[in-house]
Ligand binder design. Structure first.
Ligand code: BTN
Length: 258
């Protein structure tokens, strides 16, 4: 197993049909999302991966920033899915991250609706999907995945209480290379089977910790409090409020309440 996180190290023995035929490793970049978009505009092949040693301007959902000092995993994957597949994309990414963490680190991970991966209730991975549309066709989807590996979350007041990291101080890159390879392989398998949306939805639902829990969802200017009751196949979350009404939230941010 390669000791350094490099394109060649990740590609060595990688078993995928679409993902990772081309891997671009950038030691330092503002955001892999921007680097991936630039590659897509130049006509990059589907499945091209941009992976960074560190990000100096990593971004998350809802205009938040995403910390990626050296030692973590920050990558973006370029995809050209059809529009009907878009709702399933977040399910594919989330399941691939969970599987790779469980396989390589041997730790149980869960999905918090809509885009977070948690270990013991704390966020270990964030996912950002940016779609570029051309009319009613998808010009490209950039899937960004950030996994905390070597991050000492206690050093960062803004995430100290809510985030976690897979390893405290990795001595070499063997663990990260293994995790990235497993992630790309798991992603590839699910992406190839994206035509079977029903099976992916069922597996994703199974891994969601949000269902049955009291939640507060912020969606645009709306705040909805209640119990997360169901998710449908498009990924929308149904929240039952105290007055019995049910609101369907398509996109937003959810806080699980004790
Ligand atoms: C979130 O939880 O809000 C999503 C975080 C997504 C972070 C990843 S790291 C790789 C890619 N590059 C970025 O700038 N963001 C995503």
């Amino acid at each position: 197993m390669a000791k350094e996180l490099s394109a060649a190290g990740i590609k060595q023995g990688l078993k995928t049909a679409i993902i990772g035929h081309k891997i671009i490793h950038l030691p330092s970049v503002t955001s892999t999302m921007d680097a991936a978009r630039a590659e897509a505009l130049k006509g990059a092949a589907e499945g091209t991966v941009i992976i960074a040693g560190e990000q100096t301007g990593g971004r998350g959902r809802l205009q938040r920033s995403w910390l990626t000092p050296k030692g973590n995993i920050a990558l973006s994957i370029i995809l050209y899915p059809d529009i009907a597949s878009l709702p399933y994309l977040i399910m594919v990414v989330s399941l691939a991250v969970v599987k790779s963490i469980e396989t390589v680190a041997g730790i149980k991970a869960h999905i918090k609706w809509p885009n977070d991966i948690l270990i013991d209730g704390k966020k270990v991975c964030g996912i950002l999907i940016e779609n570029n549309m051309r009319g009613n066709k998808v010009a490209c989807s950039i899937v960004g995945i950030g996994i905390n590996v070597g991050l000492n979350v206690k050093d960062y007041a803004e995430i100290a209480a809510t985030a976690t990291s897979l390893k405290s101080q990795p001595k070499d890159d063997v663990f990260r290379v293994k995790l990235v390879k497993e992630l790309l392989q798991a992603f590839d398998q699910l992406y190839v089977n994206l035509t079977d949306g029903k099976a992916i939805y069922a597996a994703w639902r199974e891994k969601l910790i949000t269902l049955g829990k009291p939640v507060k969802a912020v969606s645009g200017s709306q705040t909805i409090e209640g119990v997360a009751e169901a998710v449908d196949e498009s990924g929308a979350l149904a929240i039952r409020r105290a007055d019995g009404t049910v609101i369907s939230v398509v996109a937003g941010d959810v806080t699980l309440r004790e």
